[in-house]
Write a protein that binds this ligand. Structure first.
Ligand code: SF4
Length: 701
């Protein structure tokens, strides 16, 4: 008999959501392996997932007990949980009484479990009485959320990973799944190996490892995506390669789109995008010939001042060809974080309401407020991620409670974020690791339990909900985030927070979804433990989940039809390039690092892949600046500058440079800290920052 005890759980990194079996030996040491029975990864894990146990095992960086300081000039000191929570309660209570509920806010994370997201949303919107609860998912998927809502009537990913093996054309747009969603990419790769006629189109200003399997790489200029998708749409319409029956019976506003696209010229579009007319035609032909067509996209589309337009233009290609609600077809946004979807389900953003209800709808707000038994919910959206830090800087927001995220490194325009945190009256940081740079500004630090140290649920990119087991106890005095939140709410005197387990929180969340489009009232911890993962909706206790949405061609819009949203032509709304700042900086991820490296940065096996930040620059741009591979360059924008090692490469076009987004301060200085440079211009609707387009200059150090 094995001395190991096995626990089924889920990887806590990207939105692919791979199943993991964690094995614990009698001394409490754990190892991980891919779950061969899990429908997502079928036993596979990428380098990050494979090394998750090191993150749990290595406690050297862990926050072990609460710390507090009485004033900004003092050092933080160890305190008891009672002292810490009493202080949080008294400061929040005082500020709320003096300045009103909108003077406080919570900034959370797509890595939070659904139960944590649910509770912080209930606490903020239902009891404190403000909608100032936003998340780092704002930096990730909010443009896709708006795109889905506008076109399909709901924030609903229509398809499943099982559709991958049924498709014969993929358009991977603004994403590098080979590095950022590796197991999903392996499935596409394996499918193409089995069916070599499968066509893969990659749209990206950089030649990334995802291009290795591409039949066509459209290396567009940054920001020209809408022009490209409109040109492809125009070609499909002109060649009558559209699904007329689907368009007539199940969509609205096709004529509007057609009329708008009449003026589109393929040659002008090709020139604007930096690709050839022949390649635009080839992309249209691949799509036209496909029996199953899937679009996959991520931050290249979403993190843009026109992120919603880009999403709309891409969604139109699926609607024009009727590739939605059928096997092997559909639009498929790739969530960056493991539970960005779960967060959206509980309404954990400043403009959302629980269970995909609408914050602007009086009836919906009443329903949720009655269910919670707290205050009336305000219709006014709260501060979104960057707005929250603007409000800290200008003094409108006095206190912020940051959970499981490191905004000092991850938000754009870091120097501004630093000033905002300095200006805040009270900063709470609830985290697992001392490696989070934001701790520098914390007045109160609360030690949280990490992955494998608590139970809960998450939803991956394909709407799949899985249960995460508790495998080991958290170190020191660390507590599960749900427990910290309900203890705080109880101290604030709020009713309805007398939980004793995460399961009770989950049950309440499931009840609140009853009758909505994301109904999971048929789910429970026992079903998830016994039967495995489920894709929502799961409206009955004998329902087996919903792998594909819209098979009945009924959409969630007023008319029941999907809508063509006519994307506005791409007027430049990004930062202007000038003689002083003539290059476009785009940022992104590297294969083995995750977010701000608080977890992956301490795992030796992951550091070796790319140990340091680097600037990818085209040969011509490097030559003009007398830069060689390995030189140190200074990169400067209107907001700040950094030094970083140069990597000269033909994988990036002339006029564009790339920096990985993971690094904050290295050895106390700003070496390679990408967000010193990035702009905080937002998409006007989704409020997602334009991380992929900042004007910079590069020179030799
Ligand atoms: Fe984890 Fe994503 Fe890798 Fe799967 S693909 S093991 S979810 S990081």
């Amino acid at each position: 008999m094995s001395v190991f005890k096995s626990y089924k759980t889920t990887c806590s990194y990207c939105g692919v959501g791979c199943g993991i079996i964690a094995k614990k030996d009698p001394k409490g040491a754990i190892t991980v392996e891919g779950d061969p029975d899990h429908p997502v990864n079928r036993g596979m894990l990428c380098s990050k997932g494979m090394n998750l146990h090191h993150v749990v095992q290595d406690k050297s960086d862990r926050i072990l007990y609460p710390e507090m300081r009485w004033s900004k000039g003092h050092e933080r000191q160890r305190v008891s949980w009672d002292q810490a929570l009493d202080r949080a309660t008294s400061v929040f209570d005082t500020i709320i009484k003096k300045y009103g509920p909108d003077s406080v806010g919570f900034y959370v994370s797509g890595q939070c479990l659904t139960e944590e997201y649910y509770l912080v949303n209930k606490l903020t919107k239902g009891f404190i009485g403000t909608n100032n609860i936003d998340t780092n998912s704002r930096l990730c998927m909010s443009s896709a959320v708006v795109g889905y809502k506008q076109a399909l009537g709901e924030d609903s990913v229509p398809i499943s990973y099982e559709d991958i093996e049924l498709a014969d054309c993929f358009m991977i747009a603004g994403a590098n799944p080979a590095w950022c969603h590796p197991i999903l990419f392996r499935r596409i790769e394996a499918h193409k190996e089995r069916k070599p006629n499968t066509k893969i189109i990659v749209v990206d200003p950089r030649k990334t490892p995802s291009c290795d399997i591409a039949d066509l790489h459209l290396q567009i200029f940054p920001g020209t995506d809408v022009i490209l998708y409109n040109a492809i749409a125009k070609r499909l319409i002109d060649r009558k390669k559209i699904d007329k029956q689907f368009i007539t019976n199940h969509t609205d506003d096709f004529e509007k789109l057609k009329t708008t696209l009449q003026s589109v010229s393929l040659s002008d579009s090709a020139k604007a995008c930096g690709v050839t007319v022949a390649d635009i035609k080839k992309a249209a032909t691949y799509i036209a010939d496909a029996k199953g067509f899937i679009t996959l996209w991520a931050m290249g589309l979403n993190q843009s001042s026109i992120g919603v337009n880009k999403n709309n233009a891409l969604l139109n290609l699926s609607l024009l060809t009727g590739h939605i609600g059928k096997p092997g077809s559909g639009p498929f946004s790739l969530t960056g974080q493991p539970n960005a979807m779960g967060g959206r389900e509980v309404g954990g953003m400043a403009n959302l309401l629980a269970a995909h209800r609408d914050l602007g709808n009086d009836e919906h707000r009443r329903e949720v407020a009655n269910f919670w038994g707290g205050k009336e919910i305000s219709p006014k959206p709260g501060y979104t991620a960057t707005e929250m830090f603007d409000a800290l800087e200008n003094g409108k927001l006095k206190a912020v409670w940051i959970i499981c995220t490191n905004p000092l490194v991850s938000l754009p325009n870091s120097n501004k974020v630093e000033k905002a945190l300095q200006n805040a009256k009270f900063v709470v940081v609830q985290d697992i690791s001392h490696r989070a740079e934001t701790l520098e500004f914390a007045d109160l630090v609360l030690p949280a339990a990490g992955w494998a140290e608590k139970e809960g649920t998450m939803t991956n990119s394909e709407r799949r909900i899985t249960y995460l087991n508790k495998v080991v106890d958290p170190p020191g005095e660390a507590l599960p985030d749900v427990e910290i939140l309900w203890k705080f709410a109880q101290r604030m005197g709020y009713k309805g927070f007398d939980y004793t387990s995460a399961e009770e929180v989950y049950k309440e969340h499931c009840r609140l979804t009853k009758g909505t489009s994301i109904d999971v009232s048929g789910l429970s911890y026992s079903r998830l433990k016994m039967e495995g993962s489920f894709q929502w909706p799961v409206p009955e206790s004998n329902h087996s989940g919903t792998p594909r949405l819209f098979e009945d061609k009924k959409f969630y819009t007023d008319t029941g039809n999907a809508k063509f949203i006519v994307p506005k032509f791409n007027k430049p709304t990004s930062e202007l390039l000038t003689e002083k700042h003539p290059l476009i900086l785009t940022t992104g991820r590297v294969r083995d690092q995750w977010h701000t490296r608080t977890k992956t940065g301490k795992v030796n096996k992951l550091i070796t892949h790319i140990p340091d930040p680097y600037l990818e620059i085209n040969q011509v741009d490097a030559f003009l600046r007398k830069l060689k591979d390995g030189d140190i360059a200074v990169v400067e924008s209107r907001r700040g500058k950094v030094q970083v090692k140069v990597k000269v490469s033909d994988n990036i076009g002339k006029g564009v440079v790339f920096l990985p987004m993971h690094w904050g301060k290295v050895m106390g200085n700003d070496y390679g800290r990408a967000n010193n440079l990035t702009t905080d211009i937002l998409d006007p609707i989704s409020k997602e920052p334009d991380f992929k387009y900042s004007a910079v200059q590069v020179s030799k150090f």
